[in-house]
Design a protein around this ligand. Structure first.
Ligand SMILES: Nc1ncnc2c1ncn2[C@@H]1O[C@H](COP(=O)(O)OP(=O)(O)OP(=O)(O)O)[C@@H](O)[C@H]1O
Ligand SMILES: [Zn+2]
Length: 501
């Protein structure tokens, strides 16, 4: 029977009863029957109402109130390690039977924007726990004692909420734990100390057999800063590294954030995953979002590949700025960038995809490199090449102006980082060392020897291509951009000339 059929039927029942009463019929059995019918009607209506409610829930799936592990791209290893740890929380009776010390704290470490918060939320869903979050930075600039009582309240509220919502456990998540849990070095951070002490007290006081159980999760991107008191067994004794995603992970994350967006048929997210080497999950989310904004500006129906490419540039280099610069400045920037580009192309042929003079973010110009493969091991030679590419800008300025400018700060920072990597990996004359084993002077000496040597080789290399600088400069100043292929043909032409000569 249709819903309306039922309604009409039930609606007519009182009318019929009144009519029968009027003509003097015994209506008691009828009243009974109609009561039963009415109950049936209201029950089915209530059930329908519930259905409508849950329909609405499925429709708004784009933004669920909870987070599952499937909503997190890549991070397969972290997810596996985390679920393994969480199973300890779920299979509590078994753990207790075997006398295993229950888990109290899980520490997630890794660079910003890699999904640590998402993992903590998913953990709460996975274990059917209530989720409470706080961030270490909230505790900065708090009056003495406030931080500690805030920690106490956090745990109290977690327990209360778990009881109220009838859950077995609560997960308390503290982001940026290093702010409160930094190494305690002599009284400087008195107030943080109290906050940290309170946190330690709470952790020690978690009687894991008391209902509701509490699990603490914390995140940091500076694990080495943490006070060892936090890392002791029985505190944060499970550490899970959350790394930048590899290509497969990046593709997965892009797909997750593409779900609610119209993509044109020409879009290859695989290509974008390839181009976004070293991007975090948060940056990839940003790429998808910015691409949608570019599509809207273009009034296009769907996101196209060109929108995604623009978005990658924007997230990587910042928004295009229309900063005006003088002719001299532009020339210097152009030569500087060409220095990077020529060095790059000579040590890693085919690697330059664009040289540009349009200012973006803080940079006045930039070189775009072709996507690299994910790589976790580097040879000494590869690092040296990388350093030469970084030095190329400053070397070019020296070649054409006899001196450098402030434009090489970032480049030098990169170069220094790479020298440090070489030293730590035993790839220098110092051999296999621990930083403690050598004096600062020895380190500095080796550092400058490496950099001087590589600056010299870069200079020798670039000098041979002076003419390419001059030819490319004209194009760059006029057109603002030089494509990788354009640039390569100028370079190849010069290489041939040198071979003939
Ligand atoms: N693995 C991922 N899958 C899907 N989205 C991700 C992933 N990682 C990050 N994101 C996106 O980036 C945003 C920020 O991630 P999240 O806050 O979890 O990073 P985090 O590691 O906690 O960063 P921080 O250390 O800066 O707090 C998320 O809301 C999400 O949109
Ligand atoms: Zn530079």
């Amino acid at each position: 029977m249709s819903k309306y059929g039922k309604e009409i039927l039930i609606g007519t029942v009182p009318v019929i009863i009144l009519f029968l009463l009027f003509i003097g019929v015994n209506v008691i059995p009828l009243v009974f029957m109609s009561a039963i019918l009415a109950t049936f009607f209201f029950m089915s209506r209530a059930r329908n109402g519930m259905n409508i409610g849950s329909d609405r829930k499925t429709k708004s799936k784009a933004a669920p109130a909870y987070m599952t592990f499937d909503d997190i791209g890549g991070q397969d290893r972290a997810k596996r390690e985390l679920t393994e740890a969480l199973d300890f929380l779920i299979r509590y009776d078994e753990i207790q039977r075997l006398g295993i010390r229950p888990l109290k704290g899980i520490l997630l470490t890794g660079p910003p924007g890699t999904g640590k918060t998402l993992l903590a939320k998913a953990a709460a869903h996975y274990t059917n726990s209530v989720f409470m979050a706080a961030s270490g930075s909230e505790f900065v600039e708090m009056y003495v004692g406030v931080g500690a009582s805030r920690i106490r309240d956090l745990f109290k509220e977690a327990r209360n909420r778990a009881i109220k919502e009838n859950k077995d456990s609560a997960i308390v998540f503290i982001d940026e734990i290093d702010v409160i849990g930094g190494k305690r070095d002599g009284g400087q951070h008195r107030e943080y100390d109290q906050t940290l002490n309170q946190l330690l007290t709470e952790m020690d006081g978690i009687h894991t057999s008391v209902h509701p159980r509490v699990l603490i999760m914390a995140a940091t991107n500076r694990k080495e800063m943490l006070d060892s008191a936090l890392l002791r067994p029985g505190r944060f004794d499970r550490h899970i590294e959350v790394d930048l995603p590899d290509k497969k992970g990046r593709l997965h994350i892009l797909n997750i954030h593409a779900k609610n967006k119209p993509l044109s048929e020409d879009v290859s997210l695989d290509q974008i995953a390839q181009e976004t080497f070293h991007f975090s999950g948060a940056q990839l989310e940003s790429v998808m979002n910015e691409a949608a904004i570019y599509a809207m500006r273009d009034e296009s129906e769907a996101i196209e590949q060109k929108h995604l490419s623009l978005a990658v540039d924007k997230v990587m280099l910042g928004e295009k700025t229309d900063r005006e610069s003088t002719k001299e400045e532009r020339e210097r920037v152009a030569l500087h960038e060409l220095g990077h580009a020529i060095a790059a192309e000579l040590v890693r042929p085919g690697s330059v995809s664009q040289v540009s003079l349009s200012p973006r973010g803080k940079a006045l110009g930039y070189v775009r490199h072709n996507p690299q493969q994910d790589q976790y091991l580097y040879t000494k030679e590869q690092i040296e090449h990388q350093i030469m590419i970084a030095l190329g800008g400053a070397v070019a300025e020296e070649m054409f102006y006899g001196g450098r400018s402030t434009g090489s700060r970032n480049d030098f920072e990169q170069a220094l980082n790479m020298v440090r990597t070489m030293m730590d990996s035993g790839l220098t004359k110092l051999g296999i060392i621990d930083r403690e084993m050598v004096t600062k002077q020895e380190l500095m000496k080796e550092n400058s020897e490496i950099l001087d040597e590589l600056t010299k080789s870069t200079r020798e290399l670039l000098e041979k291509y002076r003419i390419v600088f001059e030819q490319s400069l004209d194009i760059l100043i006029q057109e603002e951009n030089l494509s990788g292929d354009q640039f390569r043909s100028l370079l190849e032409h010069q290489t041939k000339n040198m071979q003939i000569a």
